[in-house]
Design a protein around this ligand. Structure first.
Ligand SMILES: C[S@@+](CC[C@H](N)C(=O)[O-])C[C@H]1O[C@@H](n2cnc3c(N)ncnc32)[C@H](O)[C@@H]1O
Length: 245
């Protein structure tokens, strides 16, 4: 699995400063996350802690961030050392989480799209379900299986592009290229259909599975007009899922 974020950890962190991250990705995800007061939250595949910090700042009582990449966790811990928020960061595999059913909410940004195949997706969904209390929620932003990446528009003006070689089929690699001031870098994730996701989530014990389109923050709409954002909003390469145990 291409989960080696160690060499690109610092670049990926900088890609989170692109405007679409705040005004579309984070705006929508945090709206779905809702009220966090008193909640215990795990951020699965937390990377350098972009959402982990946000979840804590938005009022979660206890926040744990877990990621496979030691370098990503090092960056997250550096941020925690600079500005302590009381977050625990752990190097670990989201497929093997065994905290017990202690969290009210599991959040994940771009985790499920690292499943190469349905067996791996099953393991990810089960790992998440295992750490939730009964009635706990899972909220995620992910590469969008309903997007036809072979005919998607260019997202270059937002700072990134997506591409797939040939027609979209189960397990096809999707490449995301991010453009930073000092040059581009690429990450790869994998296509699995909406149906495959629904099956894996249900098999793990999730119900009330809802898919959401990205939303635009009122600030960005006022500043740029909706038209500027239409390629991203009308042909979204990202999607949001919420469900509960
Ligand atoms: C695209 S990054 C997203 C990081 C962070 N969630 C964010 O939005 O800034 C994907 C992350 O998934 C992590 N990852 C991939 N597979 C994983 C697994 N099985 N368990 C835990 N983390 C994983 C990678 O190390 C990487 O940090």
């Amino acid at each position: 699995m291409t989960t080696d974020y160690d060499p690109i950890a610092e670049q990926y962190k900088r890609s989170k400063l692109q405007r679409w991250r705040e005004h579309v990705e984070a705006f929508t995800l945090m709206k779905l996350v809702g009220d966090l007061a008193g909640k215990a939250v795990v951020d699965v595949a937390c990377g350098e802690g972009f959402y982990t910090r946000l979840l804590r700042r938005r009022g979660a009582a206890k926040v744990t961030g877990l990621d496979l990449s030691a370098k990503m966790i090092e960056l997250a811990r550096n941020s925690e050392a600079r500005e302590p928020l009381g977050i625990d960061y752990i190097v670990g595999d989201g497929r093997e989480m065994n905290f017990g059913p202690v969290y009210d909410l599991a959040a994940a940004a771009y985790f499920l799209n690292y499943a190469h195949d349905c067996a791996e997706l099953d393991a990810m969904c089960s790992g998440i379900a295992r750490c939730l209390k009964p009635g706990g929620r899972f909220v995620t932003v992910n590469s969008n299986p309903a997007c036809d990446f072979s005919s998607a528009p260019s997202y270059r003006k937002y700072g990134f592009e997506t591409s797939v070689v040939g027609a979209l089929r189960e397990e096809a690699p999707i490449t995301w290229t991010f453009y930073l001031d000092d040059g581009p870098f690429q990450i790869e994730n994998y296509y699995l259909s909406v149906q495959t996701h629904e099956t894996a989530l249900r098999a793990a014990g999730f119900r009330e599975i809802r898919w959401h389109r990205p939303l635009l923050s009122p600030q960005a709409e006022a500043a740029d007009g909706r038209n500027y954002w239409s390629d991203l909003l009308d042909h979204p390469p990202l999607t949001f899922i919420e469900c509960s145990t």
